[in-house]
Write a protein that binds this ligand. Structure first.
Ligand SMILES: Cc1cc2nc3c(=O)[nH]c(=O)nc-3n(C[C@H](O)[C@H](O)[C@H](O)COP(=O)(O)OP(=O)(O)OC[C@H]3O[C@@H](n4cnc5c(N)ncnc54)[C@H](O)[C@@H]3O)c2cc1C
Length: 385
């Protein structure tokens, strides 16, 4: 596609910003329209798995990401006492692909992405209300009454995507039956190893991910129950709910200011039949939001960004959209399915079934765990990767 083609991106999240960087590096001049009045470094932590780190390396952002984050070299599943059930040592995959697995603060990641773009690329306070496809381009109508026209539109406006609802109104958002609290704190204890931990108990899970020297990102997941008001839970209520877990779980919650604990009900999207229509294409959570159980939602958005920019630089937009969908959809849909399944298995309510599951998991050898992770980490963003 010609480099003077005007490309609009709605949504300045991880997917939208990475797409803008990849397009900018290909010589395009994209504009990102973000609904929020400003891009503040909010949120908790996130893990960037090897597939996403490979893309960041291609974009020249690897060193900065490593500087801002914390390498994760082992993944432990433990019981509620934090006794290991299964340990996956990632070193062979880190060596094979030549990039680390990283824990990082979302604010730091956003900063890293913004630093890689000229300031004028991102326009804030631009909440898209409606798109209108015309012969010569796509007209964007914003909530503030403003309008813009672009040759093509990349919709990276998240799980609640306005654009997707307009183009694919039948697409269903599905509850996972689980809720999540997230926080970041600097506990007194440490040092923290290069290890991500998930402690599993009946109907509940607690995750611990170091994201910088002495900074921990934690997440707590619980099954929804009839009559249980999880959304209204105070920090004291959360401490009570996770009291069965051993040190340092309660300490991490206690060290997090109550007003900085983020609550979310977890949902995903039923796979769409296609990701584009006319001059508009979906990307990231707007196309394939997944439950967070595999830590892959943002990683898949980053892969989308790189592959879409690559195809747009080589092909006219209808073919580029189609090639992008061919390359990415199968993998992204598979992550959505696997992640949903993993969430159900990790959150079994029954102690007996949980005991059986833990026993089976303790028998999984490192090589087998690495084999399935390898499938995800090799990614599909670009054949040459
Ligand atoms: C609890 C939890 C933990 C997670 N942990 C991980 C993890 O460890 N690793 C991982 O890879 N993924 C993780 N994810 C998933 C990850 O957060 C998402 O997949 C990722 O943020 C998707 O990026 P995105 O840019 O597609 O969408 P978003 O991050 O949702 O960004 C969408 C952007 O669009 C803007 N927007 C929305 N509507 C409009 C509009 N109408 N007009 C203009 N702008 C608009 C929003 O303000 C936002 O900035 C997790 C998710 C959850 C819920």
């Amino acid at each position: 596609m010609k480099k003077d083609t005007s490309i609009a991106i709605t949504g300045g999240g991880i997917g939208g910003l990475t797409t803008a960087i990849a397009l900018h590096q290909q010589g395009f001049g994209p504009i990102v329209y973000e609904a929020a009045p400003e891009l503040r470094p909010i949120g908790a932590g996130i893990t960037l798995a090897i597939n996403a780190m490979r893309v960041l390396k291609k974009l020249g952002l690897l060193e900065r990401a490593i500087q801002l984050g914390h390498r994760i070299e082992e993944l432990w599943i433990t019981d509620r006492r934090l006794h290991p059930i299964n340990r996956t040592v990632l070193r062979p995959l880190i060596e094979e692909f030549g990039v680390p697995n990283l824990g990082i603060h979302r604010g730091a990641l956003q900063q890293l992405l913004l630093e890689a773009l000229p300031a004028e690329v991102v326009q804030v306070g631009k909440s898209l209300r409606q798109v209108e496809e015309k012969k010569e381009g796509v007209a964007l109508h914003f909530e503030d009454g403003a309008q813009a026209v672009a040759n093509i539109l990349i919709a990276a406006d998240g799980i609640h995507s306005t654009v997707r609802r307009q183009l694919f109104p039948a697409c269903r958002q599905r509850s996972s039956g689980q809720v999540c609290w997230r926080g970041v704190c600097r506990p007194d204890t440490g040092p923290w190893r290069h290890r991500g931990t998930e402690a599993w108990a009946p109907g509940k899970r607690f995750g611990i991910v170091p994201i910088a020297e002495n900074t921990i990102y934690w997440f707590a997941v619980a099954n929804e129950k009839p009559g249980q008001d999880w959304a209204g839970l105070t920090r004291e209520g959360l401490l009570e709910a996770f009291r069965p877990f051993s040190h340092p779980v309660l300490e991490l919650i206690e060290h997090t200011p109550a007003d900085q604990i983020i609550y979310s009900a977890i949902s995903d999207l039923e796979p769409l039949p296609r990701w584009f229509s006319g001059r508009t294409v979906l990307l990231g959570d707007a196309a394939h939001a997944t439950t967070p159980n595999m830590g892959q939602g943002a990683c898949q958005a980053i892969e989308d960004a790189y592959s879409l920019a690559g195809f747009l630089s080589a092909l006219p937009y209808p073919q580029a959209f189609s090639e992008y969908q061919n390359l990415r959809k199968k993998q992204a849909d598979s992550i959505v399915r696997q992640s949903r399944r993993l969430g159900r298995m990790a959150q079994l309510d029954s102690s007996a079934l949980g005991y059986l599951r833990n026993h089976l998991m303790s028998l999984v050898p490192n090589a087998l765990a690495l084999r399935s992770l390898r499938e995800v980490f090799k990614g599909s963003a670009h054949q040459e990767m």
